[in-house]
Design a protein around this ligand. Structure first.
Ligand SMILES: [Zn+2]
Length: 235
């Protein structure tokens, strides 16, 4: 029997010291493993924070709307040491926010317009498969070719700079950063976001998650070009 060992957040330790522990699950079947993991999670919640789900059952009031990549290594609630109810989430391949995309614009209308989040975060990450596969125009199938088109266009726009970098990692990471900047621009130009920025001081932030260190880097608007309308986070 294959042992599936998956690191999990230790409930008690995480409340106090941000310590991480791992828990072992002995299942050959990955679906059995996630069901067992949920049972364990629900039991720990019941023991240590029984009011959490009772409170969340009454409604949600997250402060943050997060746009991220669907990559399994970048689970926003885990990497930001948050809890269920803290972050409203939209994730897709390579955190691309195309102009006119019905899915992401619906998320914005709901999370910003109705739920009234205070912060919008776009998170790219290093070693992103979507960015790596946008360094060329290789045929990945009609849907994926179409989806990655904005990222491939962005690569063409910065082709000379990206070509000058040494490694595939460096090239993909630079493209991922440009993609975050582009997505922030798109979000800031959204009418619902514009209204929320003017009326409630909502801010939009770009970050890049480093898969190697597990840390977020804030992307500053250092070029000051078309991002001047966006109240970027500076640290
Ligand atoms: Zn990715």
């Amino acid at each position: 029997m294959t042992q599936v060992r998956v690191g999990t957040h230790d409930w008690v330790a995480s409340q106090n010291s941000n310590a991480l522990t791992s828990e072992s699950y002995d299942f050959a079947d990955a679906f059995d493993r996630v069901l067992a993991g949920n049972k364990s999670y629900a039991r720990r919640c019941g023991e240590h924070e029984p009011q959490l789900w009772q409170s969340l059952a009454k409604g949600q009031a997250p402060d943050v709307l997060w746009f991220g990549c669907g990559d399994s290594r970048v689970p926003e609630t885990t990497i930001c040491d948050c809890k269920p109810g803290d972050i409203f989430v939209h994730r897709n391949i390579a955190n691309i926010i195309p102009q006119g995309d019905l899915s992401s614009e619906s998320i914005i209308d709901f999370a910003v317009g109705a739920v009234k989040v205070k912060k919008i975060v776009v998170c790219g990450h290093t070693k992103c498969g979507g960015a790596v596969n946008s360094l060329t125009d290789a045929d990945l199938g009609p849907a994926l070719n179409n989806w990655l088109q904005p990222l491939r266009d962005l690569r063409r726009k910065h082709q000379a700079e990206i070509d000058a970098l040494d490694s595939i990692d460096d090239k993909a990471n630079r493209l991922a950063e440009y993609n975050v900047r582009k997505s922030v621009e798109t979000i800031v130009s959204n009418p619902t976001v514009q209204k929320a920025m003017a009326e409630r001081g909502v801010t939009v932030h770009g970050v890049l998650f480093d898969i190697v260190t597990g840390e977020l880097k804030v992307i500053d608007a250092d070029d000051g070009e078309s991002l001047s309308a966006a109240p970027w986070s500076h640290r």
